[in-house]
Design a protein around this ligand. Structure first.
Ligand code: ZN
Length: 347
């Protein structure tokens, strides 16, 4: 088994080779439990393994051995006492401004901002819909039949993934897009010819909600607050059953708005904060709407956040550059990391 470096997650998630399926069951709440053999030992899994279908008898298996990434393992003895649903945030993309690719951007990823909120085996919401949104599939995340998307603002790097998100074009299910004042007008104008071959207006089962107050999605309370950014933007605080986090992406620190933001994010376990520019380059970029890692540390300290994850990485920052930013940040705030794709925060 290869450990995938779980981060803040109670259950450890693994990269496995499944050799045989022994049994399967579907519980009352529709979740699949699978008993499989891995390296000669029996294990139960909290939810379905991609490639194994349990809605048939006998169980259909595409091929064995089956390679499974990001499997959630229930240790022997823990099953039977009721399985606690894993609630977590998964980073899908954290690049700012524009997507990048290439050998210099492998470890911290090139997709623009998007985060998934997962309850049990369903992705119930996303925060921002940058190009990272479409990465949910490669991370083994399945959107719920009713899925919510909370947009911080409408700059391209935060909405471009919407056009290629299959659920917005599907006839069944529901996608609720939450955004600052008048999301329907802005989003349908952006996803329409000649910028995209098909018009989103009237397509699928998309509903729009203007962001104004806290929303409870399957036990996750998502609270918006204003941040400082050209044309205006929101951050979101997410309070889960066992932990809390705040996302402050695309925010320029150093204005009078900082005090109200600190109040909104006070006491969070995890702060995910904009750190697009280096301290030595911010002077020439005032008014562009972004912060530095120093600003992120100041906000984390002021709010009493336990851990800090840097996001909105500059498209010009290579993996090596980000390594340097992380080292400098950890000297001031040891519990700091980078919001890289696949990283999970348990809520
Ligand atoms: Zn922006």
């Amino acid at each position: 088994m290869k450990d995938l470096e779980p981060f803040g997650s109670r259950r450890r998630r693994y990269h496995l080779i499944v050799n045989a399926v022994v049994a399967a069951e579907v519980t009352a709440n529709g979740r699949q439990h699978l008993r499989v053999v891995v390296d000669g030992q029996d294990y139960w899994f909290a939810h379905g393994v991609p490639g194994i279908v349990v809605d048939s008898d006998p169980i259909r298996v595409c091929a064995l051995p089956l390679e499974v990434r990001f499997a959630t393992l229930i240790p022997p003895g823990e099953r039977g006492g009721g399985v606690v649903e894993d609630t977590r945030l998964v980073v899908l993309g954290s690049r700012g401004s524009i997507a990048v690719s290439g050998s210099e951007f492998v470890r911290y990823g090139g997709n623009t901002t998007s985060f998934a909120l997962v309850v049990g085996d369903e992705t119930v919401a996303f925060i921002d819909a940058g190009t990272g949104l479409v990465a949910y599939r490669s991370l083994g995340l399945e959107p719920a039949s009713s899925v919510h998307i909370f947009l911080t603002h409408y700059h391209w790097d935060h909405i471009q993934g919407l056009s290629m998100f299959g659920a917005v074009w599907a006839d069944d299910g529901e996608v609720v897009i939450h955004g600052p004042g008048g999301p329907e007008q802005v989003v349908t104008a952006a996803i329409a010819p000649p910028w995209f071959p098909v018009a989103l207006a009237g397509a699928g089962a998309v509903r729009y909600e203007t962001v104004s107050r806290p929303v409870d999605i399957r036990g996750l309370v998502i609270t918006p607050f204003r941040v400082e950014h050209p044309q205006g933007a929101f951050g979101y605080r997410v309070d889960g059953p066992s932990a809390s986090l705040a996302i402050v992406t695309d925010h320029e620190a150093g204005t009078e708005r900082d005090a109200s933001i600190v109040e909104s994010i006070r006491g969070v376990d995890f702060l995910i904060h904009d750190a697009q520019y280096r301290p030595d380059e911010i002077a020439n970029r005032r008014g562009w709407g972004h912060s530095t890692w120093v600003d992120a540390v100041v906000a984390a300290d002021a709010a009493g956040a336990k851990r800090l994850l840097l996001t909105s990485l500059d498209p010009g920052s290579t993996d090596r550059d980000v390594d340097g930013i992380l080292r400098a940040t950890q000297e001031r705030f040891p519990e700091a990391g980078i919001a890289r794709p696949g990283l999970e925060v348990r809520l």
